[in-house]
Ligand binder design. Structure first.
Ligand code: AHG
Ligand code: MN
Ligand code: MN
Ligand code: MN
Length: 338
């Protein structure tokens, strides 16, 4: 039996780098630092029930959401793990209103990191899977501290992106533009080992994932699309799709990526003239769009590719329709003659 080739995430990144000279050692160093932060957060998430870091801090973040201690903890771990490596010129986080400068005493690098330190945080107390999402760009400015301009980019400019899902096991899924690859943390040796090489999302799935509690806020096209998903159409042999909704984007997306299907967080049209979205473009939608496109899937707002949207604000929100190519294109078809 051929020895199982144990491929750690650092070996995978270095081998990718060798095949793609445009990636520099800096990106390897940056991703390596990120895996350290992921292991520290994973340890705390997995023992959150024991420590007193559960429960509300009673504070609110800039989105008016109650911040759970683990959000803050994860945010601090990432900032402190990433600010001194010399790979970054600026960071931006869901939990920080403004960009996060690199402290003066540390060297500035050519990349920027934008992240959601803990996604799905409302689920922490119920021991439901949560995650971290990250997105990496090359700076546009040439020296010194990175700027807000450096951060307001289009998803197609991402150099790398990924997420860690803290679930029954801790998994890191990342892309550097050469496929999306999954690594499972072996806690015994503290290493992320390659477990899902070159993930390919099924071209069509049988699961849809949406918060049906928001049905009355959807636009007509979404309502029609979801109703049609539930119909049995003997002539096309379509059976009704199953609904799976965890309420943690990373967990709902990870299942969609591996099993196929579609995740939808459409805008809220309670005020038809002012549609309101919930998910954030720079550190939720764009990184997951990069991952899914590299896996052969699609991510759109319903009529615009997520990766083509240029961010105008740091915490800009967007509708997110993401998953199997055929499912997302079918949804888009409900808006074509709009
Ligand atoms: P976060 O915990 O980072 O603020 O993200 C929460 C998001 C996302 O994880 C999930 O898909 C969505 O909130 C769930 O929203 P609803 O509870 O409105 O369905
Ligand atoms: Mn939040
Ligand atoms: Mn989130
Ligand atoms: Mn979050």
């Amino acid at each position: 039996m051929s020895g199982s080739k144990i491929i750690t995430v650092q070996r995978h990144i270095i081998e990718q780098e060798r095949d793609h000279p445009e990636a520099t050692g800096e990106l390897t160093g940056l991703l390596w630092d990120l895996t350290i932060a992921a292991k520290i957060i994973s340890r705390e998430v997995n023992r959150a029930g024991l420590a007193d870091i559960l429960g509300l801090t009673g504070q609110e973040n800039i989105h008016g959401e109650e911040v759970k201690k683990l959000d803050e903890y994860a945010n601090d771990v990432i900032i402190k793990s990433m600010d001194h490596g010399g790979h970054l010129c600026v960071m931006a986080s869901e939990e920080n209103e403004d960009i996060i400068p690199i402290p003066d005493q540390y060297p500035k690098g050519k990349y920027m990191l934008m992240f959601d330190p803990l996604d799905g945080s409302s689920n922490i107390d119920a021991n439901v899977s949560v995650g971290t999402i990250f997105s990496i760009y090359r700076r546009k400015t040439t020296a010194g501290n990175g700027t807000l301009e450096d951060c307001l980019r289009k998803g197609v400019e991402q150099v790398a992106a990924g997420y860690i899902v803290y679930g029954s096991s801790t998994m890191l899924v990342y892309t550097a533009g050469h496929g999306s690859h999954g690594f499972t943390l072996d806690p015994g040796i503290g290493e992320f080992l390659l477990s899902h090489k070159n993930i390919q999302i099924p071209s069509r799935g049988k699961i849809y994932s949406i918060n049906e509690g928001n049905t009355n806020t959807w636009d007509e096209g979404t309502r029609k699309y979801i109703n049609d998903l539930k119909k049995v159409t003997p002539e096309t042999g379509q059976k009704p799709y199953s609904l799976r909704y965890i309420g943690s984007l990373v967990a709902d997306f990870h299942r969609t990526l591996l099993y196929g299907g579609i995740f939808l967080y459409p805008a809220d049209y309670k005020d038809p003239n002012k549609p309101k979205s919930k998910l954030r473009l720079l550190y939720e939608a764009a990184p997951l769009a990069f991952i899914v496109e590299q896996a052969g899937g699609k991510a759109s707002t319903g009529d615009t590719a997520i990766m083509e949207i240029k961010a105008e604000q740091l915490h800009q929100k967007t509708p997110l329709i993401i998953g199997s190519k055929e499912d997302v294109e079918k949804y888009e078809g409900y808006f074509k003659n709009k």
